[in-house]
Write a protein that binds this ligand. Structure first.
Ligand code: GDP
Ligand code: GDP
Length: 440
């Protein structure tokens, strides 16, 4: 599971600046899940071989006029609770403030691993950091400049060193008697019917293995069979076993959702047909897309809806989730156990597409056909020339195209190629990446 790093500090110390720097390595990750978490931002990044999720706790402490010991915003509290490590940011220019002391105390009580980053330290000597020892955290301050990128690498290397390196290969599904055990994450905002779906899937079929978590912070993964096919349900947005069934834990956790998505092969995004498509639905879908996971959209609570409401909803889905045109949409009723076969079939198909083997000769032939049908536009005097293609990865499939002047190829031609390859190789249900490699 990806480690979660929380950025904590009073306003204006440079949290957002650091957050932007830490999520810069990969662009357009989760923006913010507006509404649910007005004041938190989630993103992911990677330093060296180590990937992580970073949370900007934003409004850690409401700005109060005077020294009432204010309660932490519960959102920030949850972020700290969920974090594997906390970077406490202070401002080298202003020195220690009473608010820093209050935050330090809260952090000490949290029992989390704390790192102290003394920000805005460009041009200052390490001496400037020594006054922050009085915060009593018992750690060495790191002198950093979020704005200028100084000291960040060494800070992050230290913060991340206890956590595992990224497996270079894409996460292969476990081989089981010739058939892959597909790792499925069920994601969606509260009340869309995730636990009902999980119970419906598990209730009918055999649960093979179940790891009871040692603590609430551990993930539960459940192996089960559906219609004779093996799946693993990866811990999803904090579903917990209560008695004989699974229920959503009280607090919806974006971090858990992000970790489950990262840990899966296929994401099932559950949408509530009764309440329509919300912004959070789109955000979760964007994250699944950015992380390259195959995706099935389960439009739940389809039971008892009028034909009119159904067609309204489908139009809304078309419009608001247009960027998921490649994904499979399945209408289900988790409550009435309708559509579950279709859903699980769609999961398998999406997975097959995600791990499809695309042989170089076939890819190259498809590429040549695509170019014959439509050449890439000239860029000034040069016309990009594509020569051959090979597969650079799976889940998601990566198609690497070799040739000359390929840096000139624009987005619209890239999209053309993407949909061409999608059609040719039947890649519905999975994101697809196209990379260009130019010889000269
Ligand atoms: P936040 O409220 O903690 O999220 O703080 P911001 O990231 O919005 O930064 C507050 C101000 O500090 C902004 O004007 C930043 O440009 C500035 N700032 C952030 N990092 C640095 C730094 O490393 N050096 C200096 N000199 N200014 C910084
Ligand atoms: P979660 O928070 O996403 O896990 O949502 P739950 O599974 O707890 O479901 C929230 C509510 O929606 C419960 O009252 C369920 O009974 C109801 N619900 C779930 N699936 C369906 C469905 O397919 N049809 C209808 N009508 N209600 C459903």
């Amino acid at each position: 599971m990806l480690p979660v790093i929380a950025l904590v500090g009073r306003p204006n110390v440079g949290k957002s600046t650091l957050y932007n720097r830490l999520t810069k390595t990969r662009d357009a990750i989760v923006a913010d899940f507006a509404g649910l978490t007005r004041d938190r931002h989630y993103g992911d990044g990677k330093v060296g071989p180590r990937p992580y999720i970073v949370v900007d706790t934003g409004g850690f402490e409401p700005q109060r006029p005077e020294g009432v010991v204010s309660h932490m915003a519960s959102q920030a509290e949850l972020a700290i609770e969920e974090a594997d490590a906390v970077i406490f940011i202070v401002d080298a220019r202003t020195g220690v403030t009473p608010q820093d002391h209050r935050i330090a105390q809260t952090l000490r009580e949290s029992g989390r691993k704390i790192y102290l980053a003394v920000n805005k330290a460009e041009g200052l000597s390490a001496i400037a950091g020594s006054e922050f020892y009085e915060l009593g955290l018992g750690v060495e301050p790191f002198m950093v400049s979020a704005a200028h990128g100084q000291g960040i690498a060494s800070l992050m290397e230290t913060v991340l060193s206890p956590f595992p390196e990224d497996e270079e290969e894409e996460k292969p599904a476990e081989e089981e008697e010739g058939e892959h055990r597909i790792r499925v994450a069920i994601a969606g905002r509260p009340n869309v019917g995730k636990s009902t779906l999980v119970n419906a899937l598990l209730g009918e079929e055999r649960v093979i293995a179940f790891d009871m978590p040692g603590t609430t912070r551990d993930a539960i993964n459940i192996d089960f069979e559906y219609d004779g096919h093996p799946f693993t349900l990866v811990d999803t947005a904090g579903l917990r076993k209560k008695g004989r069934v699974f229920e959503a834990i009280e607090k919806f956790s974006i971090v858990k959702t992000l970790q489950a998505i990262a840990d899966s092969n296929v994401v099932v995004l559950v949408i509530d047909a009764r309440s329509g498509v919300a912004e959070h639905d789109a955000h979760i879908a964007e994250y699944a897309l950015d992380s390259g996971r195959a995706l099935v959209v389960a439009v739940n609570k389809w039971d008892g809806m009028s034909a009119y409401d159904r067609s309204q909803l489908d139009q809304q889905l078309d419009m608001k989730l247009r960027f998921l045109h490649w994904a499979k949409f399945v209408h289900i009723s988790a409550l009435k156990h309708n559509g579950l076969n279709h859903l699980m079939k769609a999961v398998q198909e999406a997975y097959q597409a995600a791990i499809a083997k695309l042989p170089t000769p076939k890819l190259t032939r498809a590429l040549i056909e695509a170019v014959e049908r439509q050449q890439p536009p000239r860029a000034g005097k040069v016309r990009p020339k594509m020569r051959y293609a090979h597969q650079g990865g799976t889940n998601p499939p990566v198609i690497v195209i070799h040739g000359n002047s390929l840096q000139q190829i624009g987005d619209s031609y890239r999209r053309y190629l993407e949909s061409w390859f999608r059609d040719k190789f039947n890649l519905a249900g999975t994101p697809l990446k196209i990379e260009f490699r130019t010889g000269r």
